[in-house]
Design a protein around this ligand. Structure first.
Ligand SMILES: [Zn+2]
Ligand SMILES: [Zn+2]
Length: 436
């Protein structure tokens, strides 16, 4: 049982025993006192909760405060760091789910545009967030990968990234994940060259594990009891869904796909089944300003629209379902829920960013995280290292340095003196006028 529930259950049992004992002792004399015999009293209400204090740590929360909860050895925690769409918005980044396992392993399933900000808001050392698994190469599923990768050196990451992504399966080689990652290196060529020697650049390594997207149940990761396999997604081509299994538990993540028989088979009975669920197709005309032909194409031939999500979950029968990939607003949610509930009556959450699921064999607990909107970098958990100064180090051309405003030279020398006093160092501002 999830920890919150077990506490409640244990408390409930104690309360029931106490109440029953009270009744046995008083049933003749007090039968007429209705306030003692109402349903609330019989269920334990009115008992004093234990573990709570006006000055101490609360024993339980309705919300998740990142970094304050130890993960059990047989527990998984999944955090939605992007639940939205390609249309950028402050409250919902595009697709990204952080999977944390009780053995310390962490995986990021997709890293869509805007999602790095949410991952970063968790305050977790970036050295723990190096395993990225990509369902396909739409920007709403990998658009923040270049940012997450390049910002490692400024944000305490000292480890390279491992990136799993689709390729092969009849696609041109230039469409594969390796080619895309090579493109990121080229995109940031100037930044990479001019950073040499200034910061810890070990985080700029990239180990790309391209897999054949077309093979059903293709095992792409198998370490320390964690197995991740892919099934083809029906979403253009080169797209997959993931099934992660660990300690007899199963998390399924659809990426983007139409109703898919590989999915209903592989995800059947999953502990947590995260699947795309688009807004009903009329919203593509009214909200997104698509032409009707575009709207019906996108929502029925490329994606899973809300009523179909409900049907897929009815077929999948997960212990807990999660609908994502739509703008979850007070205005839109009722339409989605209505469509889904016509065909699926099982447990389901309609994802927002920061939604958290603790998964154990006993069940799934849903909360929403309190995210830090003004984080500073968490530290590296491996020794930081500055790339060796010397031959490799980048130097700014002398002529542009000679444009320095020499009126600030005295101030800069003072700043160095103060800094050296504070940190016990011996740095000198190196710039001097050429004719000095
Ligand atoms: Zn897509
Ligand atoms: Zn998508």
């Amino acid at each position: 049982m999830r920890r919150g529930l077990s506490k409640l259950s244990a408390f409930g049992i104690v309360a029931l025993v106490a109440t029953a004992g009270y009744f046995i002792g008083h049933q003749n004399g007090l039968r007429g006192s209705s306030w003692l015999l109402d349903e609330a009293e019989a269920s334990g209400a009115g008992q004093v909760a234990t573990g709570w204090s006006p000055t101490g740590v609360y024993p339980d929360h309705e919300v998740y405060f990142p970094g304050t909860e130890e993960l059990g050895p047989d527990e998984m925690r999944v955090i939605a760091c992007g639940s939205g769409m390609p249309m950028p918005r402050l409250k919902q980044a595009a697709a990204c789910f952080l999977i944390e396992l009780g053995n310390g392993e962490k995986f990021i399933f997709d890293v869509g545009t805007g999602s790095f900000t949410t991952l970063y808001a968790l305050g977790m050392p970036l050295d723990y967030m190096t395993k990225i698994v990509l369902s396909h190469q739409h920007a709403d599923h990998m658009g923040d990968l270049p940012t997450l990768w390049i910002y490692g050196m400024q944000n305490g990451r000292s480890k390279p990234l491992d990136i799993w992504g689709p390729g092969g399966g009849g696609m041109p080689e230039t469409w594969g994940t390796q080619a895309a990652m090579d493109g990121i290196l080229q995109f940031y060529n100037w930044m990479l060259e001019t950073s040499k020697g200034g910061l810890d650049t070990r985080s700029l390594g990239m180990n790309v594990h391209e897999f054949d997207w077309s093979i059903p149940n293709n095992v792409i990761y198998d370490e320390d009891g964690v197995v991740i396999r892919t099934i083809p997604a029906i979403h253009l081509e080169g797209s997959v869904s993931f099934i992660l299994e660990w300690k007899g538990m199963k998390i399924a993540f659809s990426g983007d796909t139409l109703a898919n028989r590989w999915w209903t088979e592989a995800a059947k009975g999953a502990d947590l089944a995260i699947h795309e669920c688009f807004l009903p197709n009329e919203y593509f005309v009214s909200k997104y300003k698509f032409q009707p032909a575009e709207a019906i194409y996108v929502s029925t031939l490329v994606h899973t629209t809300a009523p179909v999500f409900g049907k897929i979950m009815a077929l999948t029968e997960p212990k807990h379902a999660v609908a994502y990939h739509f703008q979850n607003d007070p205005e839109t949610l009722p339409a989605v829920v209505t469509e889904v509930r016509k065909v699926y009556d099982g447990p389901v959450d309609f994802a927002v960013d920061g939604m958290v699921w603790n998964v154990t064999k006993e069940g799934v607990r849903t909360r929403v995280a309190m995210l830090n909107s003004q984080p500073f970098p968490p530290p590296s958990v491996v020794a930081r290292q500055q790339e060796a100064a010397g031959g490799e180090k980048y130097e700014t051309p002398e002529w542009i340095l000679q444009g320095y405003e020499w009126e600030t030279l005295q101030l800069m020398d003072q700043i160095h003196e103060d800094f050296n006093e504070q940190f016990g160092s011996d740095f000198q501002f190196p710039l001097r006028p050429a004719d000095d």
